[in-house]
Design a protein around this ligand. Structure first.
Ligand SMILES: [Zn+2]
Length: 353
């Protein structure tokens, strides 16, 4: 008899609302993760004090560790440090970089990880991937899913505005990534996971046509949900494919070629998505994505990110090298540099006006 259903791994507990972080101790006890609160909390220097003030009373036995950067070396150092004690769990409280460090350290020392996001700039809240700086730039490391995901809307509101809105770009880029995945299926017979597709598409669609903004709690909850769902889509697929295609290759190329000029991941992949949709000839999706980004004052083209056409051509030309083996519209078209120059000029004309 065939299997009648498949089991899908998800976090035990997901809590997205105002004031959710204040209940962290209760969640740890209720979910039988830690009764006594013997946990390690990894955070960043910037948010350490505010987060301690918020959590110290309910979690007096927690040990606090500040991650000085998001490098593999720092993750290894923290892992060595934590290995000495017998913690029940590791809690990451912070932005994407802190959560990535916490996910990697937890995997390394075999502790369950609780993800507490303080901004909404990325879809790493609940993803089984940690992105860390290493000797060759940046690497993506597979890690277990967080055991619980907590997004406190009151805390998120205190983040810099672009660290809230840029997650919109990351969520919208799912639609471009999914189109690239379909190309892989058509041209290479790549297996496309239908459930991962539903999750990644629903996450992006939930934001694409919304008229309200991050000033409303309702929008922030939807955005956080979209980012969590994107992470779960990657987990279901067992790969970042449903949320990462040419859009992400372009962003990775910016990180590699212009590291000092890079901005948040979500902003870069948003621009990458508009360009990839344009390259695929999907004018409707390109325009809808651009309109949504514009509504939230996010960059739509490379010009908005501060790059000349020539620099962007260099980025597009380099992009496929950032993710060898991934098939997207860039690999399919395999454009020469003069062809890229021509497409970039046309793209600028259409979307920059
Ligand atoms: Zn992303």
């Amino acid at each position: 008899m065939p299997l009648l259903a498949r089991m899908v791994a998800t976090p035990l507990h997901i809590d997205i609302r105002r004031g959710s972080l204040a209940d962290l101790a209760g969640v740890l006890a209720d979910q039988r993760i830690s009764y006594g609160g013997k946990i390690a909390v990894v955070t960043s220097a910037g948010s350490a004090q505010a987060m301690r003030e918020l959590l110290d009373t309910s979690l007096p036995k927690a040990d606090w560790v500040v991650a000085k950067d998001s490098s593999l070396d720092t993750a290894m150092e923290i892992a060595d440090q934590l290995r000495e004690s017998d913690y029940d769990a590791l809690v990451g409280v912070g932005g994407g970089r802190v959560l990535d460090i916490a996910k990697y350290v937890a995997a390394r020392v075999g502790l369950p990880m609780i993800s507490c996001a303080t901004n909404l700039a990325h879809d790493g809240l609940a993803s089984p991937v940690a992105i860390l700086d290493n000797n060759s730039g940046r690497g993506s490391y597979g890690v277990p899913l967080p055991l619980a995901v907590i997004v406190d809307i009151d805390v998120v509101r205190k983040a810099q505005p672009e660290m809230i809105t840029s997650g919109i770009g990351d969520a919208l880029s799912n639609l471009s990534a999914l189109a690239d995945w379909e190309l892989g299926e058509q041209d290479l017979g790549e297996y496309v996971d239908g459930l991962a597709v539903i999750m990644a598409r629903t996450a992006a669609d939930a934001l694409l046509h919304r008229e309200d903004s991050v000033s409303s709690d309702g929008f922030l909850v939807s955005l956080a949900e979209a980012l969590v769902m994107s992470g779960l889509a990657m987990s279901v697929a067992g790969t970042s494919r449903p949320c990462s295609g040419a859009c992400h290759e372009i962003s990775h190329a910016i990180d590699r070629l212009f590291p000092e000029r890079r901005v948040s991941h979500g902003m870069q992949v948003g621009v990458g998505a508009v360009f990839a949709n344009y390259l695929r000839g999907d004018e409707v999706l390109a325009q809808r994505t651009a309109a949504c980004l514009r509504r939230h004052d996010l960059p739509v083209t490379h010009v908005d990110l501060g790059y000349t056409n020539d620099e962007f051509s260099e980025i597009v030309e380099f992009a496929p090298q950032t993710r060898p083996g991934r098939y997207t519209i860039l690999e399919k078209l395999d454009l020469t540099r003069p062809e890229i120059d021509e497409r970039v000029a046309d793209f600028t004309q259409i979307f920059q006006g």
